[in-house]
Design a protein around this ligand. Structure first.
Ligand code: ZN
Ligand code: ZN
Length: 287
């Protein structure tokens, strides 16, 4: 049986451009080349629209929104130049990963217009403007603010639906990230109000022909399966949605981590390993 190509549709975060990652972007890209990746999407986090959404770790490092914006523009320039420089060794796709806090639609659209990425990864890390994925205490706060765990999930999936409908990101990042600190998530996602939203979002993704990332970083964070959870993954496969692995790397050490293990699961479930590349944004239509 032929070996599946190594690709990653979401990752390439680097310590140079992200406060919770390690190493330089050049080192990260060279690690992908060394491992023989066919193509890789470099999708750094976006800068926030205001100081309200500067993460504590970024404040600690002396960043405010303006400085994060400046760093992001240096990132976009750097990754585009590596795209040319390393073009013979690896195909680099230039992207970024969204946020979904207040004002995110206009903010992401502005960043798309200004920096013209090849594509974006649509990710939700906040519900009601509270970041829920940094640690269990923040998750608890977000749960309280949402009005309970079921509400946290339903509000997350409603926000994700809005993001997909408005921004139409080529790739949906870690679709069920909201389960991150819920040990009982396999049961939680069966709750009728949550299950119907999952089905609704998958139906929209299928209709728009978008790709869902199979996010392998979940394993690193102690989960026993990637995002998507197997029951959701099976639904996505039944709807013929393209699934493509993402290592969500945050430094050289996590480049390609668990990729083969993830590919084995996808193969067993009959997912095609002729990985679909993200559709590039048509910037002329957005002007
Ligand atoms: Zn990150
Ligand atoms: Zn993310």
């Amino acid at each position: 049986m032929s070996k599946a190509s190594l690709v990653s549709i979401h990752g390439g975060h680097s310590g140079e451009f992200c406060c919770h990652a390690d190493d330089t972007l050049k080192q990260v890209i060279e690690a992908y080349i060394k491992q023989g990746f066919l193509w890789v999407g470099i999708t750094e986090h976006i800068p926030p629209p205001s100081d309200d959404f500067v993460y504590p770790i970024e404040q600690r490092d002396g960043f405010d929104a303006a400085k994060l914006y400046d760093r992001f523009s240096v990132y976009m320039e750097a990754v585009k130049s590596f795209q040319n420089e390393y073009g013979h060794d690896i195909e680099i796709l230039v992207g970024f990963e969204t946020e979904a806090y207040s004002g995110y639609i206009e903010h992401n659209q502005q960043l798309i217009n200004e920096f013209k990425p090849d594509y974006i990864v649509g990710s939700v890390h906040h519900v009601n403007d509270l970041d829920f994925d940094s640690n269990a205490a923040e998750y608890e706060k977000a749960t309280l603010k949402a009005g309970g765990l079921i509400e946290l999930y339903t509000q997350y999936f409603d926000l994700q639906y809005e993001l997909i409908e408005t921004l139409k990101p080529s790739v949906i990042g870690h679709f069920d990230l909201i389960r991150i600190f819920d040990l009982n998530y396999r049961e939680t996602i069966q709750h009728p109000e949550i299950a119907e939203r999952i089905d609704r979002n998958l139906t929209l993704i299928a209709k728009l022909g978008l790709i869902i990332e199979y996010n392998l970083k979940a394993w690193q964070k102690g989960a026993d399966e990637p995002y998507l959870s197997e029951s959701i993954l099976q639904k996505a496969i039944d709807m013929e949605i393209s699934i493509v692995p993402g290592d969500d790397s945050h430094g050289v050490k996590t480049v390609g981590m668990n990729l083969n293990r993830g590919i084995e699961i996808l193969k067993k479930l009959g997912v095609s390993t002729s990985w679909e590349k993200p559709r590039t944004v048509d910037h002329t239509s957005l002007a």
